[in-house]
Design a protein around this ligand. Structure first.
Ligand code: 4AD
Ligand code: MG
Length: 477
């Protein structure tokens, strides 16, 4: 007598056979109908209890959230909405759940409430659908790169360098914070710290990945990254997972091709493999949209949006062209933007990115060739001396989903740029070495995994697509 999952049973043809299944009670109706879920699928299996022949005390223990083991006969369902159900012959309560205390009642909870109960929110339909899609996307990422000849590279989590030069790092130390050792000139004596130097949690595995691309050709990282930026938005986390491919001999055009193909392929795979969860999330989003005023409603359902991205080319536009569009657009002229675009050189905010994607081009956009002053030091300088070979992929609702570039491979130019930005050559001697020994054109990008999950699931807040979100003033669980 082997144990089966709900997913297997719902698809099985073992009619009239005895089956065994374990799971959690979602609801118990009329002392008869258990909706049982075990995580294997969004769908529940209906288990019909013979209440006349079941002890009253046992019936009382069948409550929402309780863990149960069920033995019964699989029969064709009499009711609507399901093909099969289980006629229960034996039920064992594995773990009780006090209905007066269990927070996940079978009703609609706010996402705020669910975040406060992040350890239990996975027991809801929405969160379990999101996390199954997240797992499928993660697998699709590894699958895509493996199929295309990339090696997975594990970048270090603790680093001594600031890859993005933005200074938004969490420090790593084992110094006693109540007795910080000081040098003679009064600064912190990091020589006495664990690593004998200042260290932090990585903001990106790119610089290390570049060294590996210079030997393995095609590599990618997929790991946690950390940013101490005080951005309390629906798109920022302090701890998030980033996917960073890095490819030797790829120029910026190759890099754009890779980003576009990669995103389309992983979304296609999820469309294919997560049909039930996506159908549920599609319906959830449609319901949510229907509560908004007409003008704010999305024109496409979730499934339509996903298919649109997988079936249409991303529009490639230079930064200079984008600035012209933005300068002349209605919201800019009518001062509807929070940040008005006046001049070439302005950094784009998410309101501008979303305008380009949602209102102007109405499709994902890849912006490239940004001003040198608003991008990181490692990006390749163009012949004009004003722009760098940067690219950002912009998505509806999300804004920037990918940031990448062709890297500056010329030793002298890179050294000059580092000097101009006051980046310590001694800290990055190993990075400069890659430009001294067999340097070559190479490119890569970083995709924020949670932003991709956000898009794929149609959720609104990035804190609802990672199991235990970390954000300013919040590291519970
Ligand atoms: O544009 P970013 O800062 O680029 C880099 O870190 C490069 N070193 C990547 C590379 O070329 N290998 O970040 C890349 C992506 C962003 O486009 C965004 O999707 C995501 O990482 N991201 C965040 N996601 C969630 N929370 C945050 N605080 C994020 N910051 C960046
Ligand atoms: Mg960026």
């Amino acid at each position: 007598m082997s144990k089966t999952t709900v997913a297997e049973l719902l698809q099985s043809d073992k009619i009239s056979q005895e089956v065994h299944v374990k799971g959690w009670v979602r609801t118990f109706r009329a002392n008869r109908f258990i909706a049982l879920n075990d995580g294997s699928t969004i769908n529940n299996i209906q288990c019909v209890v013979d209440f006349e022949n079941t002890d009253e005390p046992l019936l009382k223990r069948i409550t929402t959230g309780a863990a149960v083991a069920i033995t019964g006969t699989l029969i064709e369902s009499q009711g609507k909405g399901q093909k099969v159900e289980i006629k229960v012959t034996h039920i064992e309560i594995l773990g009780d759940s006090n209905p007066d205390e269990f927070p996940m009642q079978p009703k609609k909870h706010s996402f705020e409430f669910l975040r406060e109960n992040a350890h239990l929110r996975i027991r809801t339909n929405t969160m379990s659908a999101v996390m199954r899609v997240r797992a499928a996307l993660s697998f699709a990422v590894h699958n895509y790169f493996t199929k295309n000849g990339f090696y997975n590279f594990h970048a270090p989590i603790i680093t001594g360098s600031d890859a993005e030069g933005a200074g938004e790092m969490f420090k790593v130390t084992n110094l006693d914070l109540n007795k910080i050792p000081k040098t003679e000139d009064g600064t912190i004596d990091y020589k006495q710290d664990f690593f004998g130097k200042e260290t932090n949690l990585t903001v990106s595995g790119q610089l290390e990945a570049e060294t590996y691309a210079m030997a393995l050709g095609k590599v990618y990282t997929f790991g946690p990254t950390f940013r101490a930026e005080n951005s309390n938005t629906t798109r920022h986390l302090a701890e998030f997972w980033m996917i960073e491919p890095e490819v030797a001999f790829n120029d910026l055009n190759d890099n754009m091709d890779l980003a576009e193909n990669f995103i389309q392929e992983v979304l296609r795979e999820v469309l294919e493999n997560c049909k039930d969860d996506l159908a549920f999330l599609d319906e959830r989003l449609t319901k949510e949209e229907s509560t908004k005023p007409m003008a704010q409603r999305s024109e496409m359902s979730l499934l339509k949006k996903l298919k649109f991205v997988t079936e249409n080319n991303f529009k490639r536009v230079s930064y200079t062209e984008a600035i012209q569009i933005l300068r002349n657009c209605k919201p800019n002229k009518k001062k509807k933007f929070q940040f008005i675009i006046n001049e070439w050189g302005a950094d784009l905010q998410s309101e501008h990115e979303r305008f380009l994607v949602e209102k102007h081009f109405k499709c994902p956009v890849i912006l490239f060739d940004y001003p040198v002053n608003i991008k990181a030091f490692y990006m390749r300088l163009n012949e004009d001396g004003k722009t760098v070979r940067a690219m950002d992929v912009l998505f509806p609702q999300i804004g920037e989903i990918v940031g990448g570039s062709q890297r500056e491979e010329r030793y002298d130019v890179l050294k000059e740029k580092m000097k101009a930005l006051d980046i310590d050559e001694k800290e990055l001697w190993w990075y400069l070495d890659t430009r001294k020994f067999g340097t070559a054109v190479h490119s890569g990008f970083g995709l924020g995994f949670e932003r991709l999950v956000l898009f794929a699931t149609g959720m609104n807040n990035i804190r609802d697509v990672i199991p235990f979100p970390r954000s300013p003033q919040n590291a519970a669980f």
